[in-house]
Design a protein. Structure first.
Length: 675
């Protein structure tokens, strides 16, 4: 299996070279995306094969650092995320084959390298290879943003690329020493060696903090989420889907691998508490901000923060329950995390690709410039409806099963005897319920403003539905998301090796092919039963309406909410009479956004005698990113002042500083040497 992975990785390198030559031969663009589509299908098939048959021995590569060669190996945990990567990569490759046939060579060069970095990180069998793949993924995705900035020449795109690079360097500065500390004095960075000698005590806490900072910044966990709502909308739709659907999950894989798998089975319940709390904060903050955004892609990016937080909560809860010797419940929490990671990859990729089709057809991403697209783009509207319903955790779609299992694990966590765990779990359960409700409202707002109502601009009326290849990608994602939602038990049975690695337990207590549950005595979730019940209720409702309705349906004038009839120059109605994105979000902004999002509202009245109407100014801002960047800006100013001070020194003063530094280093070496 490792040899197959190495072959697929090598196939991506010629595709990157072909992308670099697309400036001279434009036909190579379709070759690059078609090749990435086929390689991604290979990743998905390889992931399923490893989950069924096992991964085999590690493969030593003829390259690597001086102390050891690079090594590749696949086990249950890496195979689950490789399956996820393959499905997302195949869908985005097919979508890009339609819309990015004339993409600039820089983007075509970085796209296969992006897939290469993620797959190398997932297939790593030692710490050095994992870091190499993780940083290759970061640099390739940064290159995609730089290519977009050079294409559009926009200041916002340049700012997003610089901010993304800063977070990528921060992640590297945290993960590299974490891997080094895990290797210890022996320097054995292989996963087998790290698993045999896990960290203990304060060193383990330091390693966990570094991993959460390094990988959490790439996953978009609060408070290191600031780059995600800025960078995701800048990238093209296919790249945004790949970043949100796959890259954030690769970062969560790094957390699961280093903290849960290699962290050792003897860690206390407090080992998972930071991840549980950070995940809860991310879920609440991301869902709340998604209800306030007016840009469709920014809204979806903030929704990614919410769902990444839910996955992190499942991983953290699994560590807490495993530390309390509650193996079956730990497997439930781990299964919830892995199932929701796969579900989020599917429906968020579907939503980002649908948003890309909307932007391509209607010419805008702003919710207030859309509306009525269900008539012009019926297939895209239907696919986006499936994605939004799954993101809103409506049964029996794929978004419900993972969140339901997570809630079951939280409700059963009272068995942990420690009072602080019970209080924390009770608070986190309330946060999950609130974030789920806010996320459902965000999806309702997104889909309703985009596809329902009347067209708000003339461009919206001329929108066209998706082209056949992009249509195939959207429909395939709908089928996969629906199938995964109807068969969560079968998926968890397939991912039993991954669940066992994360939780330290063999598998779920109840996980049949048609149902899934937390315990034999508890109620199980039957997706097909829910689907049958929904179908019966819908059929009864339709039959009842037809029986009670004595006359056929008739079309009447559009209700304008009490406003006067539109003037003659607005034949399709006045857009101002429809609910706006800001107006839809106003109640929540007033209730919850004042403190969490620094929301503000101000009414400006006209001066006495002035017939101008009053103006309402409202808005919000993310308080976390400025607080995170403020120390860096202060340090930059201090360094600038120090540079000016050094510039004015004489040669004698420079020599004195150099001589004093040398004496200080010699003194430190003398103190650190043997007695």
């Amino acid at each position: 299996m490792s040899a197959v992975l190495a072959t697929l990785l090598l196939m991506l390198l010629p595709l990157a070279l072909a992308g670099g030559g697309a400036a001279r031969w434009p036909a190579l663009a379709r070759l690059v995306h078609g090749g990435c589509f086929l390689v991604s299908l290979g990743f998905a098939a390889l992931g399923v094969a490893v989950l069924v048959f096992g991964g085999g021995d590690p493969l030593l590569l003829p390259v690597g650092p001086p102390w050891a060669p690079l090594s590749l190996a696949l086990d249950g945990l890496s195979a689950w995320f490789l399956l996820l990567l393959g499905l997302v990569g195949a869908a985005t490759g097919l979508f890009a084959w339609t819309h990015e046939a004339e993409a600039p060579p820089r983007r075509l060069l970085c796209y296969p390298l992006f897939l290469f970095g993620m797959a190398l990180c997932l297939g790593a069998a030692d710490g050095f290879t994992l870091i190499l793949g993780f940083e290759a993924m970061s640099l390739a995705s940064w290159g995609l943003l730089v290519a977009r900035a050079m294409e559009t020449r926009g200041e916002g795109e340049r700012l997003a690329a610089r901010l993304y690079l800063g977070f990528a360097l921060f992640g590297a500065a945290c993960l590299i020493p974490a891997i080094g500390l895990m290797g210890g004095l022996a320097g054995d960075l292989s996963f087998a060696g790290l698993r045999a000698a896990p960290m203990q005590g304060g060193m383990a806490a330091l390693v966990m903090a570094l991993v959460l900072l390094g990988a959490g910044s790439k996953a978009g966990l609060v408070p290191l989420h600031g780059w995600l709502p800025i960078a995701h909308p800048v990238a093209p739709a296919g790249v945004s889907a790949l970043m949100s659907g796959a890259m954030t999950k690769v970062a969560l894989y790094v957390v699961a691998r280093l903290v849960l798998d290699l962290g050792g089975p003897a860690q206390p319940p407090a080992w998972g508490a930071p991840l549980l709390v950070i995940g809860a904060a991310s879920a609440l903050f991301g869902a709340l901000r998604a209800t306030q955004e007016v840009d469709g892609k920014v809204l979806l990016a903030c929704s990614t923060i919410e769902h990444v937080g839910l996955v992190a909560m499942g991983l953290g809860l699994s560590a807490v329950l495993r530390g309390a010797d509650l193996g079956p419940l730990a497997s439930v929490a781990a299964g919830a995390a892995l199932l929701h990671a796969l579900g989020h990859a599917l429906f968020k990729t579907l939503l980002f690709l649908s948003a890309g089709e909307v932007e391509h057809g209607a010419g805008s991403r702003r919710l207030d410039a859309l509306g009525g697209l269900i008539h012009a783009m019926p297939l895209v509207a239907l696919c986006a409806l499936f994605g939004a319903a799954a993101a809103a955790a409506l049964p029996p779609l794929v978004g419900f099963a993972g969140e339901w299992l997570l809630l079951q694990a939280l409700l059963s966590a009272w068995r942990v005897g420690a009072l602080w765990v019970q209080v924390m779990v009770a608070a986190v359960t309330a946060v999950v319920a609130l974030s789920t409700a806010l996320g459902a409202m965000a999806m309702l707002r997104f889909w309703g403003l985009c596809f329902l109502g009347r067209a708000r601009t003339p461009r919206t009326l001329g929108a066209q539905d998706a082209a056949p290849p992009a249509r195939a990608a959207l429909v395939a994602l709908v089928v996969l998301a629906t199938g995964a939602g109807l068969l969560p038990g079968s998926l968890l049975a397939l991912g039993a090796p991954a669940v066992a690695q994360v939780s330290g337990h063999a598998g779920l207590v109840v996980a049949g092919p048609w149902s899934v549950g937390a315990a034999t005595a508890a109620s199980a979730y039957w997706p097909l039963g829910v689907l049958l019940l929904v179908a019966i209720v819908a059929a009864a409702l339709v039959a009842g309406l037809r029986r009670l309705s004595l006359q056929p349906a008739a079309r009447g004038p559009v209700w304008d909410g009490g406003f006067i009839a539109p003037p003659a120059h607005l034949p399709f109605g006045d857009p101002a009479t429809q609910a706006s994105a800001a107006g839809f979000a106003q109640p929540l902004r007033r209730m919850l956004g004042t403190r969490l999002l620094m929301a503000r509202e101000a009414v400006h009245f006209a001066a006495p005698g002035d017939p101008a109407p009053a103006r309402l100014e409202a808005g919000f801002r993310d308080p976390v990113l400025p607080a995170f960047l403020r120390p860096l800006l202060i340090a930059r100013d201090r360094l600038a002042q120090a540079a000016e001070w050094l510039r004015d020194l004489s040669i004698r003063q420079f020599l004195g500083i150099a001589f004093g530094t040398l004496l200080l280093l010699l003194a430190l070496l003398a103190l650190a040497g043997p007695p």
